[in-house]
Design a protein around this ligand. Sequence first.
Ligand SMILES: Nc1ncnc2c1ncn2[C@@H]1O[C@H](COP(=O)(O)OP(=O)(O)OP(=O)(O)O)[C@@H](O)[C@H]1O
Ligand SMILES: [Mg+2]
Length: 498
Amino acid sequence: MTPVLSLRGISKSFPGVMALSGVQLDLYPGQVTALVGENGAGKSTIVKVLTGIYQPEEGTISVDGTAMRFATPGDAAKAGVTAIHQETVLFDELTVAENIWLGHAPRGAFGLIDRRAMRSKAVELMRSIGADLDPDEVLKDLGIASKHLVAIARALSIDARVVIMDEPTAALSHKEINELYELVETLKAQGKAILFISHKFDEIFRIADRYTVFRDGQFVGEGKIVEVSETALVQMMVGRSVDQIFPKRTHNVGAEVLRVAGYNHPTEFADIAFTLRRGEILGFYGLVGAGRSEVMQALFGITKPSRGACMIDGKAAIIRTTTEAIAQGIVYVPEDRGRQGAVKGMPIFQNVSLPSLAQTSRGGFLRLAEEFKLARDYTSRLDLRAASLDQDVGLLSGGNQQKVVIAKWLATKPRVIILDEPTKGIDIGSKAAVHEFMAELAAQGLAVIMVSSEIPEVLGMSDRVIVMREGRIVAEVSGEQMTPETLVRAAAGIQEAA
Ligand SMILES: Nc1ncnc2c1ncn2[C@@H]1O[C@H](COP(=O)(O)OP(=O)(O)OP(=O)(O)O)[C@@H](O)[C@H]1O
Ligand SMILES: [Mg+2]
C-alpha cells in the first residue's frame, strides 16, 4: 500500500530546542496511525508542520508521491490535510456554526454566504459525530467537551483525505469518547488516513492499525499494532521499561480536615456530603457531566452553593472567593489547565512560585534564588521536561505545561488539594512520577481529592472512592468494594444484578 502522506527527514528547531530531528512518518488510506511519545517528544510540532503552521528547516512532505510545500495552513487544507489541534483554535465570540465554517462557508447565489445552509449543514455534521448542539449558541457558553466537538465538526467540514487528531479524547466523556471511536471507524471506512495522537494505551490498541514512535524529537520506530505489545511500545517511547504499578502507599490517615454537608446548587449538584481526612486520597469517580468539577469549584470559591455548609478542622468555614479558599489551605488544580492554569509569556519558575510568593518573602537575589529552588524542587518531582526554568511556559509542550500548573499549586503547601484529572495529557512515564509524588505528599499529611475518570488511576491511588451521577453522590466505596464493576455500575446508574 502506498501512503497518502509521507514525511522524510523533517527537522524543526526552536531557540534552544531541537523539536524534530530528521523524523519520518507515513499515513495510509483507511488506516489509523497512532503517534506516540513522551511529553515534549515532538508530536504536536509534527502536526503543525503537517498543517502548514510551521515550516520545517529540512525534509520533504509528499502527497501521493508528489513532493509538496505547505507554506501556509491554506496549502495544507487544499491538499486535504486537516487537524484537530491539542489546544483548540476556536473563537469564543462566534457561534457554533460560524466556528465550523469560518473561512470556507457555503455560498449561495451571487457568492453570498448562505447562512441557512451553514446552520443546517452544521447540524448535520454534528449529528454525524453524535453531537447535539445548537448551531446558534455562542461558543463561550459551551463546556470544553462541546467545544471539542465543534472543533471536530470543523475539521470534518473540510472534505479531508488526512485527518489529524491531537489528543482528541482528553476532554471528552465516556459516551463522547465512544462516539469519537465510531467516528474514527466511519472516517476509516471512507478511506481517510488518520493520525491519532494519544497517551492512552487502551485506546491506541483499540483503534490504531499502525504506530509511529518519537523520542526527544527523533524517529524511533514504526509498525503494525498487532505486531507490538504494550510493553514494547512503552519501552520504545521512554527508552526504558516503565512500572505501571501504582505506588505503595503509606496509609497514614489522620484527623478530619474537611467536612461538606448538604451542598446544593440550583442546577449542578444536590445533597453533597462527605468528609476528608489528613493523609487521605479521596477519589471522585463519575462520568463527565456528573457534577464532580462543579462541586470542587464550589469548594474553591469559584461558584457558590445555594445551600450547605463546609467545615475545616471542625469549624465552619466560609469560602466565597478563591482567595478565601487558598487562605484556608484549599487549592484546586482545574481540569482545563490550559485556560485556567499557566500564565503564558511568563517563565516557568515564576509560574510555579506565583501563588507561593508570600512564603519567599525576602527581596532581591535571595528571593529569586528561593523562587528557583521552589520551582526546581516541584517540577523535578513531576518529571518536567524543559530546556531551563527561565523558559516561557507557553512554549512548553501541552503535557509539560500541565506539570507546571500542578507544581504551582502543590508548591503552596496546601492542607487540601483538589486535583481534577491530574494525569490527563501526561505521558506514561511522567504519570508514574505524578502518582508517586501525590502518594508521598499524602503520606506527609496532605489531604487529596482526586477527580478522575480513569478507573485504574482511581482504584490504584484512592483510599476511598465517591461516585457521582447526575449531580448526586450515588456510592461511596472503600476496601474490597473498590472494584471497576462497582464504580462503573454506580456511575452509569445500573442496578446490581439480583
Ligand atoms: N513555539 C515553540 N517555541 C519553542 N519551543 C517549542 C515551541 N513549540 C514546541 N516547542 C518545544 O518543542 C518540543 C516538542 O514539543 P511538542 O509540543 O511537539 O511535544 P508533544 O510531543 O506534543 O508533547 P505533549 O505530549 O506534552 O503534548 C518541546 O521541547 C517544546 O517545549
Ligand atoms: Mg502535544
